[in-house]
Design a protein around this ligand. Structure first.
Ligand code: BG6
Ligand code: GLC
Ligand code: GLC
Length: 934
């Protein structure tokens, strides 16, 4: 057969009846047979296509699709087939499913299994110039159609929810975010590829201004068809469309979809098999007519597979064959017509009419005459054969592709046999003849061939085909219903988290209030900040020497340490001991006896028994000091509540306990708050370190203040370290305007309600609890965990602050976040996991920012004290939350920079804990004592 040259394809070719050598009749029947033969596809070829398509699908799933000839495998954000409980009224806008038409539907979902009301709908023809014009024009046209349709319904103009059935290949990044990859099927509007089509539609609706419509979801036609499939025969997990174009979607195991970070459940993937055009597999079945069709199309080289199957192309293929046969004198007495030579003159509907038998012959006659052709006696039959050949091939190729999807499902579900329902939709199913060879059958010929071929290619699969009732409109409405629910949940989440999001102004107000409270506290006036003098007047100068014992009580661990301070540096040996909750909250005597027991044990293990080393006691609770070795406990914090200690000198309590254990002798030289220990420990390395900060179980800060500003301590020159006890900031109600109902709940349930309000918004002992209360609230709103309250989540302290650090860690995939939460017995979906992550972020961000506002107040005070334009200062920091949380330290630093721009603040993490600092305070004291002696 001659190649169909472009000349024969152009509409402007002069039609007529060429007088040159027409073939004789026997040649002509050969020519016809040869032509028809080209459309025959063998079983082997179909198997090859099936295998190659499967390989292409699997590569694309792994994210390794190398060429444009591959299928795309686009995840759709539809995670489950319908529950049947979706309800509400929805507008559906369909663009791109059926040729040049746009459809608007009004769908009511009843939330029950019964089929609800028939959707109302209206169809609009999209003018050719709109299909090929600027994108904005297309979307403006769509929104005009929407209004026109809605005007006919008795509706309000507000609060309408819309599902957008947009049937082109798109990268979806959410249920309502979708970027067009490329136009297919005769559309070619400028400025849309690479853009979010949902946003374009929203903009157009807004430009039009007639209705307020919320575009909630965007859905491919295959997905709409699958989701709208009537339940009853088990879940329908494949959607197949053969309309203007062709495509399928199916439920894939999420763990196989590389671009998703998900290891559970399924996700609907749109195969986009129309773009498949592997040369090796398709080459042998592509005819010269296919090449010619591709060549003259709007997207040459693209969508090669679709161009052999989709309804937009079947009529065109038939036309090309007929023109070719006519030009070779085999049809229409060797005459063509200008219509026959014009692209697009034979439509799917004509093919359908001509193909049907026995009425087909008469139909063919009519159609061909309309094309300006003189139809001879045998012409109609030949034309019918051409139609059958083109459509049969289409159905067989479609079957090969469907068989590839079935094989994929068998493989991913590790099932030898598969029973599955396929929802089908599209004009090719509906239009191609339902009656064939005198046997009335209720299905179309296209579907019968498809079924028979699938049976041959995938014999282990028991496939039932379920025709879509309303072109997928109900399915789109269902996805929209789910999306609307998720959007409502998101709004509730945002509302819940809004009070945690502090503006710059609010943080600046915290800073200002902190400054005022500091000043009052220093003057000895009523203030929530106690500003306790520590009697530490200087940081180490490096000349300290000796061996010291240190105790470290009040953080996560209780430690006993041996600290050797020598010329070469500091060497530390330490041991961690536990303080059982019953001891922390028992009697004071019990607590201090336990501490002494631990010291004795440590001394024995270290061979120090009998030695009376100077001892520094890090005691991380608010103490009123009147000297270095006297500290009256003002009140317990952080879960300690041993009786008989508040109001007592802690050093005395320790000495009494030592007395009770007669065997030991200890020389308690200094009592030190952990903030002070941390500052001293970092100060040993960096003399600019004049602030100590703790963000651990509790939170607090200390800094070097001008002695003249400290009421109640004699002396006017020099400095003194002040333990701010900022955990109590706000206990006078000054923070109430920033405090949320969740803070109030955490406070109320604590052992010291009304106390340590700032600490309860920041430190490790409380953040997990705040998160837990937020999660409980969101569950009660139905936003999380499908609204199911679990016993576990109601348990106090079940949600540890270390989970925040783990969950927010960037290196952790969402699946690990889920694992953490599932360990807690919280069965959650991916959406739940994402929301829990956001809750953690909001709570820890606020904590870090509040802490930063506090540090800003402190460094600004130091700068102003010294009358400096710019202050350069280091802050020694310790505490599990600060050290373990992935973003906390960065956020603190950023906030300080923002609120105290004239201070250059370096944060130094303390490596050895405050025990070392306590030993250094002790060493300094010993050195000074020795100097006085001398
Ligand atoms: C350490 C101290 O440096 O930091 C502890 O040695 C202190 O005494 C602690 O309380 C704070 O951290 P956390 O997270 O253990 O409370
Ligand atoms: C085209 C589109 C695809 C759609 C199919 C059927 O192939 O790219 O998204 O599903 O046509 O309409
Ligand atoms: C608590 C204590 C305080 C300590 C802080 C950090 O706020 O009251 O003294 O510094 O926790 O551990």
């Amino acid at each position: 057969m001659d190649a169909v040259g472009p000349g024969a394809l152009r509409g402007n070719t002069v039609p007529g009846c060429p007088q040159r050598d027409l073939p004789c009749p026997s040649d002509s029947s050969e020519l016809v047979q040869e032509c028809l033969q080209k459309f025959k596809v063998t079983g082997a070829q179909l198997r090859q296509i099936q295998a190659s398509l499967l390989a292409s699908m699997e590569q694309a799933l792994k994210g390794q699709a190398s060429s444009t000839s591959a299928v795309r495998m686009l995840p759709t954000y539809v995670g489950s087939t319908p529950h049947g409980t979706e309800q509400g009224d929805f507008v559906v806008l369909e663009l791109g499913a059926t040729g040049a038409s746009l459809r608007v539907l009004w769908v009511t979902l009843t939330g029950t299994a019964e089929v609800g009301m028939e959707p109302q709908s209206q169809e609009f023809v999209i003018p050719q110039e709109v299909m090929l014009g600027p994108g904005e024009q297309l979307f403006d046209f769509a929104s005009r159609c929407l209004s026109e349709f809605l005007d006919t319904l008795p509706l309000g103009k507000q609060g309408l929810r819309l599902g957008f059935n947009f049937s082109f290949p798109c990268h979806q990044t959410g249920l309502d975010r979708s970027t067009l990859i490329s136009w297919t099927k005769g559309f070619k509007c400028s400025g849309v590829e690479g853009q979010d089509v949902v946003q374009m539609l929203r903009d157009a609706i807004q430009r039009q201004g007639a209705y307020s419509i919320d575009v909630v979801a965007v859905v491919n036609d295959t997905v709409g068809t699958m989701m709208g499939c009537e339940p009853g025969v088990g879940p329908c997990e494949i959607g197949l469309i053969v309309d203007t174009g062709t495509n399928a979607c199916y439920m894939e195991e999420a763990r196989y979809v590389a671009v998703l970070d998900e290891d559970r459940g399924r996700v609907c993937v749109s195969v986009e098999w129309g773009s498949f055009s592997d040369d090796q597999a398709l080459g042998p079945v592509l005819t010269t007519f296919d090449h010619a069709l591709d060549h003259q199309s709007l997207n040459p080289g693209a969508q090669r597979f679709e161009k052999m199957i989709g309804g937009l192309y079947l009529g065109e293929l038939v036309r090309l064959v007929l023109a070719h046969l006519a030009e070779h004198g085999v049809l229409f007495g060797g005459c063509t017509s200008s219509t026959l030579l014009s692209q697009g003159s034979i439509l799917l509907q004509h093919v359908a009419e001509m193909e049907s038998s026995p009425a087909g012959a008469a139909c063919a006659q009519a159609v061909l005459q309309d094309l300006g052709l003189s139809v001879g006696a045998s012409d109609a039959k030949l034309v019918q054969q051409v139609c059958v050949a083109v459509c049969t091939r289409a159905a067989q190729l479609c079957a090969a592709a469907l068989a590839a999807v079935l094989s994929r499902l068998q493989h991913s579900r590790e099932q030898q046999t598969l029973q599955i329902a396929v929802a089908t939709g599209g004009g090719v199913f509906e239009q191609l003849p339902r009656y064939w060879e005198h046997t009335p059958v209720s299905k179309s010929r296209f579907l019968s061939i498809l079924q028979d071929t699938v049976m041959l290619l995938a014999p282990e699969c028991d496939v039932s085909f379920i025709p879509s009732v309303d072109g997928g409109g109900r399915g789109v409405a269902m996805v929209t219903a789910v999306a609307a629910r998720l959007a409502a949940h998101r709004r509730l989440l945002e509302e819940t988290l809004a009070p945690f999001r502090l503006s710059r102004e609010q943080l600046a107000a915290v800073q200002t209030q902190m400054r005022e409270a500091m000043a009052k506290g220093l003057r000895g006036e009523a203030s929530s900040l106690r500003m306790l003098p520590t009697y530490v007047r200087a940081t180490p100068d490096g000349s300290e020497r000796g061996n010291f014992l240190a105790l470290d009580l009040g953080g996560t661990n209780f430690r006993v340490l041996l600290v050797r301070v020598a010329a070469g540096g500091v060497q530390i040996t330490n041991q961690v001991y536990s303080i059982p909750e019953c001891v922390a909250q028992g009697s004071g005597q019990q607590l201090f006896d336990h501490i002494v027991d631990c010291i004795v044990d440590f001394q024995q293990k270290q061979g120090l028994s009998g030695q009376s080393l100077p001892l520094g006691f890090t005691f991380s609770f608010p103490c009123k000091q009147v000297g270095l070795d006297q500290g009256i406990l003002l009140n317990w914090t952080k879960g300690f509540k041993a009786s008989g200690c508040e109001g007592q000198d802690v050093v005395c309590l320790l000495r009494e306990a030592i007395g009770r254990r007669q065997a030991v002798e200890l020389n308690v030289v200094a009592i030190v708050n952990d903030t002070v220990g941390t500052m001293m420990s970092c100060g040993y390395e960096d003399p600019r370190c004049e602030v100590g900060l703790i963000v651990g179980t509790g939170t607090n800060a200390c800094y070097m203040e001008e002695l003249q500003n400290v009421a109640g301590v004699a002396g006017d020159s020099g400095h003194m370290c002040i333990n701010m006890e900022w955990g109590a900031f706000g206990d006078d109600g000054s923070l109430d305007m920033f405090s949320t109902c969740f803070d109030a709940r955490v406070d109320q349930a604590s052992i010291n309600p009304g106390k340590q309000r700032f600490e309860k918004m920041i430190s490790g002992m409380y953040l997990g609890e705040i998160v837990r209360h937020v999660l409980l609230h969101l569950t009660s709103l139905g936003v999380l965990f499908r609204g199911q309250q679990t016993q576990r989540l109601q348990t106090r302290d079940i949600f540890k602050t270390k989970f925040l650090s783990e969950i927010e860690s960037d290196s952790l995939a969402l699946r690990q976040v889920r694992a953490i939460l599932e360990d807690l017995g919280l069965p959650l979906t991916t959406d739940d996991a994402l929301m829990v992550l956001e809750v953690c972020q909001a709570v820890s961000q606020r904590a870090a920012q509040l802490c930063g506002a506090g540090v800003a107040a402190v460094v600004e005070k130091i700068r102003e004290n010294r009358g400096l334009e710019e202050l350069s200062v280091s802050v020694g920091v310790d505490g599990t939350l600060y050290k373990l949380h992935p973003h906390f330290s960065t956020l603190v630093a950023a906030t300080v920079q923002e609120l105290a721009p004239r201070c250059v603040v370096t944060f130094l993490q303390s490596e050895d804990g405050s025990g070392k600092g306590a030993a250094l305070v002790t060493a300094v004291a010993c050195r000074l004592a020795q100097q006085t002696h001398v």
